[in-house]
Design a protein around this ligand. Sequence first.
Ligand code: HSE
Length: 404
Amino acid sequence: MINVAILGFGVVGSGAAQVLADNAAVIEKNLGKKVAVKRILDLREFPDSPFGHLVTHDFNDILNDKDITVVAEMMGGSHPAYDFTKACLTAGKHVVTSNKEVVARFGAELLDLAAKNGVRYLFEASVGGGIPVIRPMVNDLASNKIEKVDGILNGTTNYILTQMIAGATFEDALKEAQAKGYAEANPAADVEGLDAARKIVILAALSFGTLLSPDQIHCEGITKLTLADVEVAKAFGCSLKLIGHTEQVAGRVLAMVSPRMVPLTNPLSGIADVFNGILVDANMVGEVMFYGAGAGKLPTASAVVADIIDIVAHMGQDGVRAPKFTVAAEQDYADFGAYTCRSCFSFWQEDGAAEKITAVFGDVKTVTVGNRIALIADAMTEKEAAEKAAKTGLTLLSRIRVLG
Ligand code: HSE
């Protein structure tokens, strides 16, 4: 019997207990061992839960219990989640987590600490909810050099954008996402892009070995998008998505989050509702895409339990593959001003606007949607894009980057 402790009995934590109980037979069959929850740490009581009797309010009940070998941290937030993780790894307990905030901020240190203590720190559920993406990147793409990653990494914003395109208001769609357990405790982290920023820095670290700070990368959410932007995207044969992107620019790592127009020929364009998709471009295999439920209780919990199973399956074995991250120094960050991509510019429609656009952007296709005239320009740097928009002398209503 393998005894597991759960830190945080919220949406994902209670889901993990449910997955372990409901799928106990299949887990035992796949693993040849029973895995059960022994203790649960939470500030609250859960008198109506079948796991309520396992709840403790004292972390030491878990830390000092020698029978607990794997701890699943699903508390959310940096503290005390990070502190408890450190204590568990130092005490020789394996840790698995869904907590992208902790992995994005402290992943380098925690992976190092785990290695020093002969245990493992796994975080499959931290990116893409239930989608297997971390393990395939660490193991199955190990023969490849990763060129770039593009991903729809936040279920809440993808749900909101999908609902808005179907006619819902932003506020109603957000309320639904919260009711379904997709959104963060503070949904600003979803809609302002920070949740996706945390996830793209984790994917960047897996791709290039360097862990950037989510606070130091370019990050735009969906709050400024309007239905007019959606209409312009449609007119150009694109959908509108919040995309996390990472690549190397001149040997440095670039990671960013922003809305993008995604051409309908790109497989990310059709990903709707809470689903996420991660498109990895690697030098030998080419493009591979990982797709599935990006948030939600049982999908995310199933990824947490998959990490527990991985740990139990490899217990006592030497040389199990683990990623190693280096904390980024100032010079490891790519210059965002030099990042190059295509952009869709929407200007206020006025007499002579089409001529002014041609004078600056050349002979480009324009579309008129309501009070705006829009074009897609060839790839240019961020700096050039700002300069060209100003040079038209027109009122810029929005500039949305185009994927690919
Ligand atoms: N709030 C996150 C999302 C949860 O909507 O994607 C999963 O990380």
